[in-house]
Design a protein around this ligand. Structure first.
Ligand SMILES: [Zn+2]
Length: 473
């Protein structure tokens, strides 16, 4: 069987595949994958899944997707220091004007630092001058790496610490490209990053026109190393749903995406949904009004990211969403589950996020296999992987080892991520064709001496994988 597969693959490379009717990817590699699951060591399985072609990541948040180490390297690079510099609050002091809302390691740019009182400046240190110990503490402050750190640490501390790092478009662009390289190294070919095209500052502290910031980022994305990453990137404009002006933000996002469709492909809503400010139906009138004016702007919306039952996913489909972020409590809403079976709506699954933020602390109880195996389209995603210290390989490793995924399920997850992406039709078709070819090549690579083939794989082991499973490079 494996021989036949190799033969087909070899002939495919001679461009006679059509005449031979090669099987679709995933059709005949299942037995080999079962053997690998049975007999590979955990580290071998991790390496195998690192090398796996993985399609796209449809759900992650731009700044928080990048590791602290990536931010640090970019923020302290000679290129950045030639036009800006950053200071981080290493001491919690007692100066007048100090805000309790600013956690330790809150980071500002030079112009913000210059406006602080002398007392307050004494609480900060230049990022590039941190001692090795202080740098390690700064890096640790951006990731959930200690016992007891969870939802509260993430929302109340980590998110705030970025401060002005998020406001420098040149720095943001460098970080995006470095993140693309990391995604590319583990076989991800497309990312659809949630981003807010506003709030940028000039190095002297003046607000920057979003169009200017967008141009800066766009120029960076056209540099050679971005293309060499092998990763295509598109953005979703994300609205924070619990803000008092969220309706106006949705209007702004529609106008922005409509005017920048080459790179901005959809709208998302994030933030806590289970209070009187963030619930889905608050926005029904706004989305209906927007649809009277704008065509073809798809919605992916966080919904049901909760550990209690509810109809959030139902209400979010009513808003017009074709993709649901998380959908953890969809399992509690049978009618909506039945509606979504064998339908066009995809649930963006985030296993590690749900675990570390304590929405599903025990992954073995996650509803993902129920969705997957009852015909609700799903794919795997990394969410705020910078803050988890994780990567896409970790998501696949978690899914395969917790739920005994079949080869067909593994391949379908990647294909779903591309099929349900908001990429333009031509790019989507090209990526799906590439994906099938890459999966075929991957199957061919591991169809023979798979253990020997694995020796050629050098996985980038994430901090999460090191801490949770004890892997090392
Ligand atoms: Zn998210």
């Amino acid at each position: 069987m494996q021989k036949a597969h190799i033969g087909c693959h070899a002939f495919a490379s001679l461009i006679v595949a059509a005449a031979l009717a090669c099987p679709a990817p995933g059709a005949d590699f299942g037995a080999r994958f079962d053997e690998i699951k049975r007999s590979a060591s955990p580290a071998e399985l991790y390496a195998f899944l690192f090398a796996l072609p993985k399609g796209g990541d449809l759900h992650h948040h731009n700044g928080l997707s990048a590791y602290g180490a990536t931010w640090y390297a970019a923020a302290t690079s000679p290129k950045t220091l030639a036009r800006n510099s950053f200071y981080t609050m290493t001491k919690l002091g007692n100066c007048s004007g100090d805000s309790d809302a600013r956690p330790r390691f809150y980071t500002v740019q030079r112009a913000t630092f210059a406006k602080l009182s002398t007392c307050q400046q004494g609480e900060f240190e230049a990022l590039e001058k941190l001692s090795p110990e202080m740098k390690a503490a700064w890096l640790s402050s951006l990731v959930l790496d200690r016992p007891g750190e969870g939802r509260k640490e993430f929302f109340d501390e980590i998110v705030l610490r970025f401060g002005d790092l998020n406001h420098d478009p040149y720095l943001a662009a460098d970080v995006i490209v470095e993140n693309m390289k990391l995604f590319g190294a583990e076989g991800v070919r497309y990312i659809e990053s949630q981003s807010i095209p506003a709030g940028f500052l000039h190095a002297d502290g003046r607000p920057m026109d979003p169009e200017d910031a967008n141009r800066i980022i766009e120029q960076r994305l056209h540099e050679a190393d971005a293309a060499a990453s092998g990763v295509e990137i598109r953005f979703q404009d994300v609205v924070i749903r619990f803000l008092p002006n969220a309706e106006q933000e949705i209007e702004r996002a529609y106008a922005w995406v409509a005017a920048h469709r080459d790179r901005w492909v959809g709208i998302n809503m994030a933030g806590i949904e289970d209070n009187s400010k963030g619930y889905a139906l608050r926005f029904l009138d706004t989305y209906r009004r927007m649809r009277r004016t704008y065509s073809d702007i798809p919605l992916s919306i966080h919904a049901g990211e909760k550990d209690s039952p509810g109809h959030e996913v139902h209400d979010t489909l009513l808003l017009g969403a074709s993709r649901i972020g998380h959908g953890v409590n969809l399992i509690s809403d049978p009618d909506t589950m039945l509606l979504m079976r064998n339908n066009v709506y995809l649930v963006e699954i985030n296993l590690i996020s749900n675990r570390v933020l304590e929405y599903v602390p025990d992954t073995s109880k996650h509803p993902f296999p129920e969705y997957l195996r009852t015909g609700i389209p799903v794919c795997l995603n990394t969410d705020d992987r910078g803050a988890w210290g994780s990567n896409m390989t970790d998501e696949y490793y978690t899914a395969v080892t917790t739920f005994n995924l079949s080869w067909k399920e593994v391949v379908d997850l990647g294909r779903n991520s591309l099929t349900h992406s908001f990429a333009e039709d031509s790019l989507k078709a090209a990526m799906l064709g590439d994906y099938d070819r890459q999966v075929h090549a991957f199957e061919g690579r591991f169809a023979g001496d798979w253990r020997g083939a694995l020796k050629g794989v050098k996985p980038l082991v994430s901090q999460y994988a090191g801490q949770r499973w004890g892997f090392h490079e």
